[in-house]
Ligand binder design. Structure first.
Ligand SMILES: [Zn+2]
Ligand SMILES: [Zn+2]
Length: 367
């Protein structure tokens, strides 16, 4: 089969606008699926690569929070079929390595192998290879992925909200349920109320947490956090002021804190907010090489913990049906997460809008 021409938004230089170009998409190989893009959520991880904060080979196609419709399947595909509506994850897992068998799908030891193929997935019209964030390349009207990256969603769920399940929701909800195991006895603080932080707030509410303290620089975001489940809000400022404000609500500190900003300072603040035996979960991606400094006495004498939960330690294929069910029951509010829906031609404006304080998620829709 000839390669399929697809319209794509291509990154040629860090900091430069994405260029709309036609690229050539390979056919799905063994175990792969070609998906017609329905909707893409713009995530801060995309922005890290667009800005050059995180490096990658160029030209490149970004995008990883995506839902669409299966258009073609390669040989050996047996879990999805043509016409299925699917949401994708950036961490496909093999299901059989030691990490997968132990239930840690996001730490699959064969993720790179799952992404490997013996010829480029995407090429320019001159035949030069184009790199892709996480091997996905979804800022395009179609993409090809390993079947293991895809979970099926019911026809009744709009792709404009289903895409969120792929990154911010599975990360935020996963961090609460799989990473920090929040329960009714917990008091929770969430630093950063973007897509991931808002999902943490919602999941903490669904887990029955006693207090849910949302912390953000922007009052607009805190208003929305309160609508989706925060019991208290704190406008961010100097660390000690935030600590004092949280201690007024939870005098011993919180039992669970979450960092969803991606800065060492906010990761340190997450630790400083903890009560004895509390757990800080750090979710934000940080620039390469960053280190975090914490109080050794508070760590050792207070039995406090600080941990990662990459992509919320999610169990994608098992989590998506549950998240869909929670959405359909009205428990998980996906619509509140979508600030605006824009056409693909406006993707650069969408990336700019991510910097504005009122934006939770901008969704690029092909529907
Ligand atoms: Zn993301
Ligand atoms: Zn594995």
């Amino acid at each position: 089969m000839a390669r399929l021409p697809v319209r794509a938004a291509v990154l040629h230089a860090p900091g430069a606008p994405l260029e709309h170009r036609t690229l050539l998409l390979d056919e799905p190989l063994h175990g792969e699926v070609l998906v017609r893009t329905g909707a893409i959520g713009l995530c801060h991880s995309d922005l890290h690569y667009a800005d050059g904060t995180l490096p990658m080979d160029l030209p490149a196609v970004l995008g990883h929070e995506v839902a669409g419709v299966v258009e073609r399947v390669g040989p050996g595909v047996n879990r999805v079929k043509i016409g299925d509506r699917v949401v994708a994850t950036v961490t496909p897992n093999c299901g059989s390595c030691p990490s997968c068998v132990a239930g840690h799908a996001t730490l699959c030891e064969r993720t790179m192998q799952r992404r490997y193929r013996d010829r480029p997935k995407l090429e320019t019209e001159d035949g030069a290879p184009v790199s892709m964030l996480g091997g996905m390349g979804t800022f395009a009207e179609a993409f090809v992925l390993d079947e293991a990256s895809l979970a099926v969603v019911p026809d009744a769920v709009s792709l404009n909200v289903a895409c969120l399940l792929g990154c911010c929701i599975s990360t935020g909800v996963g961090a609460v349920t799989h990473g920090a195991r929040v329960g009714p006895r917990d008091t929770v603080a969430v630093i950063g109320c973007g897509g991931v932080g808002m999902a943490v707030v919602q999941a903490a509410r669904m887990s029955g947490a006693q207090r849910i303290i949302a912390i953000d620089l922007h009052p607009e975001k805190l208003l929305l956090a309160a609508e989706v489940g925060a019991t208290d809000v704190v406008v961010s400022g100097p660390a000690q002021e935030v600590i004092d404000a949280v201690r007024e609500i939870a005098p011993e500190g919180v039992t669970r804190s979450f960092e969803a900003v991606g800065r060492p300072e906010t990761a340190e603040l997450a630790f400083d907010l903890l009560a004895p035996r509390g757990i800080a979960t750090i979710l934000g991606l940080m620039p390469a090489g960053k280190r975090i400094s914490i109080d050794a006495g508070a760590l050792i004498e207070g039995d406090r913990r600080i941990q990662g939960a990459y992509m919320g330690a999610n169990q994608f294929l098992a989590d998506v049906p549950l998240l869909v069910e929670q959405y359909e029951r009205g428990v998980l509010d996906l619509r509140a997460m979508v600030t605006s829906v824009i056409p693909f031609s406006d993707i650069n404006a969408g990336l700019q809008a991510m910097r504005s304080p009122g934006t939770i998620r901008t969704v690029v829709s092909f529907e």
